[in-house]
Design a protein around this ligand. Structure first.
Ligand code: DAS
Length: 326
């Protein structure tokens, strides 16, 4: 098989981070630029040719719509380039799941698009970035990787963007998927898929490029009051996601405040602060006008609601149908 031509879009993060010592914990993300990184990778003997673009060189806690718009433009251009077989985005791990899900919802499923990061900086003992990158090259070079949504490769596992989330602050096994855990296993020498592609050739679910409307996430805790909820919603807010306790539950006074927000025209999505599990519709949702997030965590629910609102969708029934189908 001739070498794949892969487009590498670098945004920074720990994969490009430097600690300055092999034993220091603290480090600075985004210290290695893409050209230096590709030079490092050149010594691995990977069966691929790369062209790199530095989109940003920052910690992913600082990534948001500005970087997303540039990433989206560069990926769309690479998807139209007949000489490009696949795209790899190097990214910090803290918000990797949000970038991946945003791209998953706004790109056509025609070529592999893979996000990859690292949990340890490049000069740390046990640096995982080169292995993760080599794994990402194997996935992005496989035509079978297209049609599975945007993919995340971390810790020898392949995740679908709609499932993946960071579940640990440290350690190279920091990512899990829900409801599906990994959809494939990968090493620098082997790739095994579990199941066939299910979105081959699909068009983008949503347009992207306009400013994303403000959607807030209300994190629920024991003793939360309606005033605390109200203070987090401003005149610019266009939607509310609740990181509820258990299966998306809130104290009753807060529920009453959320009903008022709904009556003022704000969609309200009930998600959960609990790490895994379904948030299903309850009979009261019909009365309250709320939407159940189903399998999407609060940060992904926010991305989906932003795109729905940007597309002019505010009907709770149609929004619920969109959450049901993800
Ligand atoms: N520095 C954090 C980030 O950019 C952590 C990381 O990259 O893994 O998300």
């Amino acid at each position: 098989m001739s070498a794949s031509h892969l487009k590498i879009l670098a945004t920074g993060g720990t994969i490009a981070g430097i600690a300055g010592s092999a034993i220091r914990h603290d480090y600075r993300p985004g210290q290695i630029d893409i050209e230096d990184y590709l030079e490092k990778v050149g010594g691995l003997g990977l069966e691929a040719e790369f062209s790199g673009t530095q989109i940003a060189n920052i910690g992913s806690e600082d990534i948001g719509p500005d970087v997303w718009i540039r990433l989206h433009e560069e990926i769309a251009s690479a998807l139209d380039d007949a000489d490009c077989h696949g795209i790899i985005v190097t990214h910090g791990t803290d918000t990797l799941e949000e970038t991946a899900f945003l791209l998953d919802l706004t790109l056509p499923m025609t070529k592999p698009v893979v996000l990859v990061g690292a949990m340890r900086p490049a000069d740390a003992v046990g640096y995982d970035g080169l292995r993760n990158f080599a794994n990402a090259v194997r996935v992005a070079s496989d035509p079978e990787a297209a049609g599975r949504g945007v993919l995340v490769v971390m810790g020898d596992r392949v995740f679908a963007a709609r499932d993946v989330r960071k579940v640990r602050t440290r350690g190279t096994d920091a990512f899990r998927g829900f409801p599906r855990d990994s959809i494939g296993l990968v090493t620098p020498s082997a790739l095994d898929w579990f199941g066939a592609p299910w979105r081959s050739g699909e068009a983008a679910c949503f347009d992207f490029g306009t400013a994303l409307p403000e959607v807030v996430i209300l994190y629920v805790f024991a003793g939360m009051t309606p005033e605390i909820a109200t203070r987090q919603v401003s005149g610019q807010t266009r939607g509310v996601v609740v990181a509820g306790v258990g299966e998306g539950n809130v104290p009753d006074p807060v529920r009453q405040e959320l009903v008022r927000m709904r009556q003022d025209g704000l969609p309200v999505i009930r998600s959960s602060r609990t790490d895994e599990g379904l948030v299903d519709r309850e009979p009261e949702d019909d009365t309250n006008g709320f939407v159940a997030a189903r399998t999407l965590n609060p940060q992904k629910s926010r991305i989906l609601l932003q795109l729905l609102l940007a597309a002019g969708e505010t009907d709770a029934g149609r929004i619920q149908a969109e959450f049901d189908r993800r």
